[in-house]
Design a protein around this ligand. Structure first.
Ligand code: IPM
Ligand code: MG
Length: 353
């Protein structure tokens, strides 16, 4: 099992280091090899491109990718195709990672870290499946142009083909079957034609999954329902843009965006595993970032790509044990609790393992 490690920018290297330590833990007894590759601002500085050819081929030669984060304010003035974010967008597209799993669960120990009332979030366990290679993120045409009347305008195109909607719908129905048989499809079918097609296609795919109860919500209502009564959801399936927004929102139900892992899969189970948070340049290099989302992403890798549920369970149990012991990084510490550093959190998970 060869893992391509892409630490990236900001806090990326610190959090990825802890996840690699966990994967290497003798207690897990895994035989893994690791290949490092540069992405994002780090790659731009070294090679003049956020996703160099060498990085893409290292990714293609690997069995799975462990990804940290990309993003660097000092490079935000570069042309779009050279900005660090293009690395992750380019990997998703080039490797056809269309199915993005973003679970949000509330650990009992962190109920009070959420900004919502404990009774609203206690026991929450939802899975957002975000389509990741289509939509307004990739639709053409796009650009900034000068109109005939001399006024500048920006434009992007929301686009989904029927096969793109079908394949992510199948992934979502199958995931719902492995959970509690409930799927909520989130769209904006009341306003957008693309989303009308989305709803029609999801309904037609649902005929093959009679055991799954399908519901639909408009995205604005879904954003509200996630705060009002998040436990009504089991699996949510939605497009790229809405999924980006709703998954950040859902992370706050759990207490911290520093806790949420993700898996981005193609149809063969090849995957890129990354925390859903960004590169957080403001706290980079200070040994204070929470590595748990990345460690939990490594667990997802073992579960989904390497079909090693036992090892994944053990990492997740170790994380839970550490939380039960009261070990906290700053983002989940709460008032009066002394926070540990990134590396110490990694030590604690290793000790628990
Ligand atoms: C995410 C991030 C990315 C996205 C950025 C970094 C391009 O916000 O993975 O949610 O918008 O998809
Ligand atoms: Mg996002």
């Amino acid at each position: 099992m060869n893992i391509c490690v892409m630490a990236g920018d900001g806090i990326g290297p610190e959090i990825v280091e802890q996840a690699v330590r966990v994967l290497r833990a003798p207690a897990l007894g895994l035989t893994l090899s690791f290949t490092e590759a540069l992405v994002g601002g780090a790659a731009y500085r070294a090679h003049g491109h956020p996703l160099p050819e060498s990085t893409l081929s290292a990714a293609q030669a690997s069995d799975a990718i462990l990804f940290g984060a990309v993003g660097d304010f000092s490079l935000d003035t570069l042309p779009r195709e050279l900005r660090p974010e293009q690395a992750i967008l380019g990997l998703r597209k080039a490797l056809n990672l269309f199915a993005n799993f973003r679970p949000a669960m509330v650990y009992p120990e962190l109920v009070d870290a959420s900004s919502l009332k404990p009774e609203i979030v206690a026991g929450l366990d939802i899975l957002i499946i975000r389509e990741l290679t289509g939509d307004i993120y990739f639709g053409q045409p796009r650009g900034i142009r000068v109109r005939d009347d001399g006024v500048r305008e920006g434009f992007d195109t929301m686009r989904y083909s029927e096969p793109e909607i079908e394949r992510v719908a199948h992934v979502a129905f199958k995931a719902a079957k492995r959970r509690n048989n409930r799927l909520c499809s989130v769209d904006k079918a009341n306003v957008l034609d693309t989303m009308q097609l989305w709803r029609e296609v999801v309904i037609s795919v649902s005929k093959q999954y009679p055991e799954v109860a399908l519901s639909h919500q408009y995205v604005d209502n879904a954003a509200m329902q996630l705060l009002k009564n998040p436990k009504q959801f089991d699996v949510i399936v939605t497009g790229n843009m809405f999924g980006d927004i709703l998954s950040d929102e859902a992370s706050m139900l759990t207490g911290s965006i520093g806790m949420l892992p993700s898996a981005s899969l193609n149809e063969h189970g090849f995957g890129l595993y990354e925390p859903i948070h960004g590169s957080a340049p403001d706290i980079a290099g200070k040994n204070i970032a929470n590595p748990l989302a990345t460690i939990l992403s490594a667990a997802m890798m073992l579960r989904y790509t390497f079909a090693n549920a036992a090892a994944a369970d053990r990492i997740e149990a170790a994380v839970q044990m550490v939380l039960r012991q009261g070990v906290r990084t700053g983002d989940i510490a709460g008032p009066g609790v002394t926070a540990v550093g990134t590396r110490q959190m990694g030590d604690a998970v290793l000790a628990a393992l």
